[in-house]
Design a protein around this ligand. Structure first.
Ligand code: ADP
Length: 267
């Protein structure tokens, strides 16, 4: 597994257990007089080979944290480190390398190319990066996500759950150091959600994949090894292997901002 970019220097000492880290991370949007502090001196380390869920009400800073971690947004102050490399000081070329080699993404809206087949979508990032395709790994990933019979289908010929499984396969194909998943089950019914989350959890258990997932859904978060709760740009809870009930307890009394859980009816 390629863990280190050839194109950027390491900083500090590297703890092999940590895949990504936010150090005193602050993000302020807007200009003077009209400022919003989205992240307020956040310190957190994401462990290798773990699935971490990030929860919290709308506007608490979840997306901003993910985007800063993945090099898609620039911090106002503080640092982001992935695999010992300081993302927050990278130039565009280094960021492109980072996204190709170290980071995988899964989005709520699947983000598949509509004109390409499932197989072509899964292999596209490797082809763009001109990386060799490990056929054995491809067959294994396709089998685990259960897409063997759907490889020639276009996204429009697949259900939402199948499309998200294509997106999961695409994310894991390059064996990234860490996958960032933004509400990966937000558009799925409860059965498809369980399938996708089951696959993500298996990729952690069986292949040591590291995953950071933003979710509103306590049921989805209960698949994670660790659950962080954000409020007003601060981490207010850090729970190891919480049960579904323990997660529910944290939010008891809060009004869910979208009301959706896997038990609820979803579109
Ligand atoms: P969450 O993902 O938890 O809903 P966000 O990270 O999207 O929260 O937002 C955190 C805060 O930052 C919110 O108050 C939001 O309005 C603000 N914010 C997010 N993005 C921007 C932006 N591009 N410009 C201005 N304010 C923003």
């Amino acid at each position: 597994m390629a863990r280190h970019s050839k194109h950027a220097g390491h900083i500090g000492s590297i703890d092999e257990h940590i895949v990504a880290q936010a150090i005193d991370l602050t993000k302020i949007y807007g200009s003077q007089g009209n400022q919003v502090t989205a992240l307020d001196h956040v310190n957190v380390s994401f462990n290798r080979g773990e699935m971490t869920a990030i929860m919290g009400p709308s506007g608490s800073g979840k997306s901003t944290l993910m985007h800063c971690m993945a090099g898609l947004d620039t911090p106002t102050s503080g640092k982001v480190v992935v695999e010992g490399l300081e993302v927050s000081s990278m130039n565009q070329k280094q960021l492109t390398d980072l996204r190709r080699n170290q980071i995988g993404f899964i989005f709520q809206s699947f983000n598949l190319v509509p004109t390409l087949s499932a197989k072509e979508n899964i292999l596209l990032p490797l082809q763009i990066a001109r990386k060799p395709i490990d056929r054995r790994w491809f067959r294994q990933v396709v089998r685990v996500v259960g897409l063997e019979k759907r490889l020639d289908h276009r996204p429009s010929q697949l259900s939402g759950g199948q499309q998200q499984r294509v997106a999961c396969a695409r994310a894991i194909m390059a064996r990234p150091s860490v996958i960032f998943a933004d509400e990966p089950t937000g558009n799925l019914d409860s059965r498809s959600s369980r399938e996708v989350l089951g696959f993500l959890r298996d990729s952690v258990r069986e292949y040591g994949q590291s995953i950071v997932m933003v979710t509103h859904d306590p049921r989805a978060a209960s698949f994670a090894d660790r659950v962080l709760v954000l409020a007003d740009g601060n981490i207010t809870r850090d729970m190891a292997h919480p049960t579904y009930d323990e997660i529910l307890d944290v939010f008891a009394g809060d009004d869910a901002d979208d009301g959706s859980t896997m038990e609820g009816a979803q579109a």
